[in-house]
Structure formats: structure tokens, C-alpha cells
Write a protein that binds this ligand. Structure first.
Ligand code: FEO
Length: 408
């Protein structure tokens, strides 16, 4: 179904009601792949969809215009959830010119045979007129790939923001004022934490770029579009990108026979102080997506693992590896865990926490087989210390990511 945004500007994307695993990201509410059609003197398709949805996109487009009428296909981002359908789209409209930046063209050529496509490379600030309206391209490198780009329609104050401000959120509604706001912000935060978090500097640069532009609608590539709460979502992005933390203590752990769990409970007990949000995350009863989202705005983290095969528990290793990739800065932390006839769990956690440049408050707390009352007392003291530090740190900002570090 197509949804009009404005006069002859339509959402023609696809709702993915069934996806629950988006390359490892848990998506309990599904997702959408948003694409848009602008019909003016010239016609432009902005972004496409994941390859299995190509025929649905083409049918949506065909209900509004002939394939032969499409002059431009804009690719804001080369990741396959938005560009996967491009080969099928370009095959149906060979007269159309693919519009993207130089890095995007190179990435697309790595994914597909683009040799027969007409190509127009655009740079930051460049414009293409469609007639009454125009497309202006704003390069937003590392938000969250090197080739990422926004497309702005000045005459409509409309911003196509690709992944930025998006959510994995399948709904029948297309706009922010039609959905439950708390759910929408929860999904936007989850999306930020799991996709955008390592690129805070790129986010701040993009926010600065669009601050000078009138924007009435932010048309994202996932989830619902923003038209009522634009200030709220851009302010939230500013906050997350600056790594503002809350007075929040997370106790994340994996236990084998209950000893590490008892230590976690004691840390939580100590962290439960007035004004502090303290929470427990048993890793195997949670998931990596939720852990990253909770860590995003936490000031303090206690991370525990029992010892298994002279190292840490496998799901604890997965959580730490995931966090190391996302690299949330500006945390205080400490390791804890139990061991028996072999050592290794809490030590491996400590090493991983230090590798993230978090401030480590103390050497790991260890319990030999079962935590003694003395060890549980150390845990409660750690919880109190983490709570004190979380209160002191809340509201302070630090942005120390390296947005140019990698391509995914
Ligand atoms: Fe939704 Fe980076 O792709």
C-alpha cells in the first residue's frame, strides 16, 4: 500500500512483519524498508528495499507510474536492506539514472554487477531539479557506513534520512503521531544503540548539517516517519551521540551453579540507592540487543561471569565482544564471578572491560565455589560505589568514538 507524504510524493516501501533477527539484532516488532516515489516533471525513486521485497516494491511503484517514467533512482546507503532490490529495480527501468556518491557506487559494484547501470555521482550539497521540487544531497559519512547520505527536498522541507532516526518497528501506521510514542522512542533508542552508537561524532556532524535546514518531515529508511516529534528525536540523538549517561547501574552476568548470580544480587542490593536506577541483566535470559540498549545510557556496569574451561561463560563472551564492537564510552565498571578448580572467568571479564577503556573501579571480586559472607559484603560495597559514581557522572558528556574506524 502506498502512503502519500505530500503532493505526488509517496511512501512505497514494504513492511516486514515477520523478521525477528536482523543480522543478529533482535527485532520483536519486525521492521520496514522504506522507499519513496517523487513524481514531478521528472520522477525519482528514493531508496529501495531488501531483495526479497523487490517485487512488492515494483508493484507499489507500478500502481503510481510506469517503470519507463522513472528518471532517477537515488541510493542513500548501499547496505542490502536498502539496496538489495536495486538489481531487480534497475533491470525493470534501464533508462533510469542511479544517483549516489562515489563511495556508494564502489560499494554497490562490490555487491552486484552495476556495469550496465547509468550512473550519476553526486557530492555534498549538489542538487538535481525534478521540476517544481529538487533533490539536494548531504553526505553523512559513517552514519553508519562510509557512503551514507541524506537527500533533502527543500521545497517540501522533507529529509530522507536513511538509517538515521529509524526504528525496527513494523506498524500499519507510517507517522510518529499515529503510533504509541513510548514504544516508538524505545525502538528508536534500541536502533541507535545497536546500529548507530559507535558513530557519535558522525551523528553530531549530521545534526549540525540539518540544524540550519527547515525540516517538516524526516522520512527514515526504517519504521515510522517523524513529523510531530522531530525536535524530540533530534534532541535524543544529540544526547545519545554525546554519550550522556543516567544515574543508572547495570549488573550484567552469567552464572553456572548460582554463585555468580548470588554475587550479582548482592551488587544490585548495594546499588539500590535513592535516585539510582539499578538493574539486573542475566545474559542468557536476555539478548545482546537489549544489553546494548541498556548500556547506552548507563553510567556504571558490573559485569560477572562464572568460570568455564578456564575462561568466561560463552554468552558472557558474546556480550562483551558485542559491546567491544559498539564501544560505548564513559562508563565505570568492575568485574566479578565465581571459580572452582580452575580460574579464568572474572579475570577474562576484567581484561575485556579494560580493553573498552572503561574506568575500572577495582580488581575483580572472586568467589571460590560459593560466595562467603565476606565476598557478598564486597559485592554490596561495590554496588554502593558504582551507585555513588553513577550519580556523580550523570549528565556529564564525553564523545570519544572513532567514527572513521571501519566498514561493516
Ligand atoms: Fe538499514 Fe545500514 O541499513
Amino acid at each position: 500500500m502506498n502512503i502519500p507524504l505530500s503532493d505526488n510524493i509517496d511512501w512505497i516501501g514494504c513492511v516486514d512483519w515477520t523478521v525477528r533477527d536482523f543480522h543478529g539484532y533482535d527485532t520483536p516488532r519486525g521492521s520496514t524498508y522504506n522507499a519513496y516515489l517523487l513524481r514531478d516533471e521528472k520522477t525519482a525513486l528514493v531508496d529501495t528495499v531488501r531483495a526479497p521485497f523487490a517485487q512488492q516494491l515494483l508493484a507499489n511503484l507500478a500502481s503510481l507510474t510506469d517503470f519507463g517514467q522513472v528518471d532517477f533512482v537515488v541510493c542513500n546507503h548501499a547496505e542490502p536492506d536498502h539496496a538489495g532490490a536495486l538489481p531487480q529495480v534497475m533491470a525493470r527501468m534501464p533508462q533510469a539514472t542511479l544517483v549516489c556518491d562515489k563511495k556508494c557506487a564502489a560499494t554497490l559494484a562490490g555487491h552486484a554487477d552495476t556495469s550496465s547501470w547509468k550512473l550519476r555521482l553526486v557530492g555534498n550539497g549538489e542538487r538535481i531539479s525534478l521540476g517544481r521540487r529538487s533533490l539536494q544531497f548531504l553526505e553523512t559519512p559513517m552514519l553508519h557506513w562510509p557512503e551514507s547520505m541524506f537527500t533533502y527536498v527543500p521545497e517540501e522541507a522533507l529529509l530522507f534520512s536513511m538509517d538515521a532516526f529509524g526504528q525496527h518497528y513494523a506498524t500499519a501506521e507510517r507517522f510518529d503521531d499515529q503510533t504509541d510514542f513510548a514504544t516508538l522512542m524505545e525502538e528508536a533508542k534500541t536502533y541507535y544503540a545497536n546500529i548507530i552508537m559507535p558513530y557519535g561524532k558522525a551523528v553530531l556532524a549530521a545534526l549540525e548539517k540539518i540544524a540550519a535546514l527547515p525540516v517538516r518531515t524526516i522520512a527514515t529508511s526504517h519504521g515510522v516517519l517523524w513529523r510531530k516529534h522531530i525536535e524530540k528525536i533530534t534532541a535524543a540523538y544529540g544526547d545519545w551521540a554525546a554519550h550522556h549517561c543516567r544515574p543508572k547501574v547495570l549488573v550484567i552476568y552469567d552464572s553456572m551453579w548460582g554463585s555468580t548470580a548470588a554475587m550479582a544480587e548482592a551488587i544490585l542490593d548495594g546499588a539500590n540507592q535513592p535516585g539510582v536506577a539499578a538493574g539486573l541483566i542475566p545474559i542468557r535470559q536476555s539478548n545482546l540487543t537489549r544489553i546494548a540498549t541498556e548500556v547506552l545510557d548507563a553510567a556504571a556496569v558490573a559485569f560477572g561471569s562464572a568460570t568455564l574451561n578456564r575462561s568466561l561463560m560463552p554468552m558472557a563472551a558474546a556480550a562483551l565482544s558485542y559491546l567491544q564492537g559498539l564501544r560505548p564510552p564513559n562508563k565505570v565498571a568492575a568485574a566479578f564471578g565465581a571459580y572452582g578448580w580452575g580460574r579464568g572467568g572474572p579475570e577474562a571479564v576484567d581484561e575485556a572491560l579494560r580493553a573498552m577503556d572503561w574506568e575500572i573501579l577495582r580488581e575483580p571480586i572472586r568467589a571460590h565455589y560459593r560466595p562467603t559472607p565476606e565476598v557478598l559484603d564486597q559485592c554490596r560495597q561495590l554496588g554502593r560505589l558504582l551507585a555513588e559514581r553513577a550519580m556523580a557522572m550523570a549528565g556529564k558528556a564525553e564523545c570519544s568514538d572513532d567514527s572513521a574506524r571501519e566498514e561493516r
